[in-house]
Design a protein around this ligand. Structure first.
Ligand SMILES: [Zn+2]
Length: 396
């Protein structure tokens, strides 16, 4: 299993210059190869005997000319241009197989990154060794054990990070503690409510920092584009947005780790996040809570620990059904937080009741699945992902 650890780097000025130059080389190579790809494609249409463009040939082509035409490329690791062209090949593959749009140019300031293969760097304690640069300090040491696969170095809001991918065996993580089931109700006012009654408010980072985002965005809009003050204001805003993203990611990781550590079967609702985002009142809260990301993390972390996430159909009325007797209300307003069951008299907290229903659905669906019967309203979501397909799970 592939796991990535994203570690902040602590370069001095000379090292930061090197990193920026390597990222620039990668960007140049990517854009060069993209232009060359288009040109060869056109040539192919006119003369079908010519070979179709491919990334391996483009890498050889660049290698043959770079010493003469782009001698500055030799000042940084050879991985920078090579891996960029390989990534272009992946981008085209994704495009041809309908998973992505046609590749576009990399831009300075947005795509400042380059990738190293495992034979080109070494990690020791809190240091990483990069070719033609030497040892570079990292802010923490690598958390995972196993074979190192690759590293991506990227700049985000003025800070440099190394995302180091390690091939760990699944058994290196302890299995879930209680092999029990839990239902997780995702909400707007509360991030998550468990069927055990525990609630998570969630960091809601964006809302509390939103006024600052607004102020900085306004101040940026008043600056003359391209001026020094514009650049300053822009980087200030970028740093704030990066901080919000960090707080949000931290909160989500803590929650999903907490749940997957304790429970074996996890029932969640299949929320139609895109549909809900159309509703503007809820939109900001929901986007802030990052439901999709929460589900993704639950799925892959459950898979790490031998657990299982059961996604319950979004039409299943988890809020309106009494978890004691199964009575189903005709309607339940969004504002109603508590309700009493008219049949059995049980008093329900809206979210806890929904979570209990989700847990029951998850348990019954795994039982019926084992019995060979139809899984009913729920289907099982395997969190297993292959690194090439869904990307590498990021831990930071
Ligand atoms: Zn009831």
């Amino acid at each position: 299993m592939y796991m990535a650890h994203r570690i902040e780097l602590d370069p001095n000025n000379v090292q930061a210059t090197y990193l920026a130059r390597a990222a620039g080389t990668a960007r140049f190579a990517y854009n060069w190869a993209l232009a060359e790809w288009k040109r060869q494609c056109e040539a192919c249409k006119i003369d079908p005997t010519l070979p179709k463009p491919n990334e391996a040939a483009l890498r050889r082509q660049l290698n043959a000319i770079k010493a003469e035409m782009f001698p500055w490329m030799l000042e940084v690791t050879k991985n920078a241009p090579q891996m960029a062209i390989q990534q272009l090949g992946c981008a085209f593959k994704n495009f041809f197989e309908g998973r992505a749009r046609y590749p576009t140019c990399r831009r300075k300031g947005r795509d400042d990154r380059f990738t190293l293969t495992n034979d080109q760097f070494r990690v020791k304690d809190k240091r990483i060794r990069i070719p033609k640069l030497g040892w570079l300090r990292m802010c923490e040491s690598l958390r995972f054990e196993g074979k190192i696969v690759s590293a991506s170095i990227a700049r985000s809001a003025g800070r440099w990070f190394a995302s180091i991918v390690v091939d760990t065996s699944a058994s290196s993580l302890p299995l879930t503690e209680i092999q029990g089931a839990v239902g997780v109700d995702l909400g707007v006012t509360r991030l998550a409510t468990l069927s055990t009654g525990e609630t998570f408010v969630g960091p809601k980072a964006l809302r509390s920092l939103l006024s600052r985002v607004k102020r900085l965005a306004r101040s940026l809009s008043r600056k003359v584009k391209g001026s020094r003050n514009y650049v300053k204001a822009k980087s200030k805003l970028a740093r704030l947005l990066a901080r919000i993203a960090d707080i949000r990611r931290d909160g989500l990781h803590k929650l999903t780790t907490f749940i997957t550590r304790r429970f074996h079967i996890i029932g969640i609702e299949d929320l139609n996040v895109k549909g809900m985002l159309g509703n503007h009142c809820l939109a900001r809260s929901i986007a802030d809570m990052a439901f999709g990301e929460l589900r993704r993390q639950l799925e892959y972390k459950a898979a790490w620990r031998g657990g299982q996430v059961v996604v319950v159909d979004r039409w299943y009325p988890s809020s309106k059904t009494c978890s004691c007797c199964g009575h189903r209300l005709d309607m339940l307003n969004l504002q109603v937080r508590q309700w009493g069951c008219p049949t059995c008299g049980a008093l329900h907290d809206r979210d806890v009741n929904a979570a209990i229903n989700l847990r029951n659905m998850a348990v019954s669906s795994t039982v019926t699945a084992c019995g060979g019967e139809g899984a009913g309203l729920a289907f099982e979501a395997h969190g297993e992902t292959s690194p090439g397909e869904a990307g590498i799970q990021q831990q930071s």
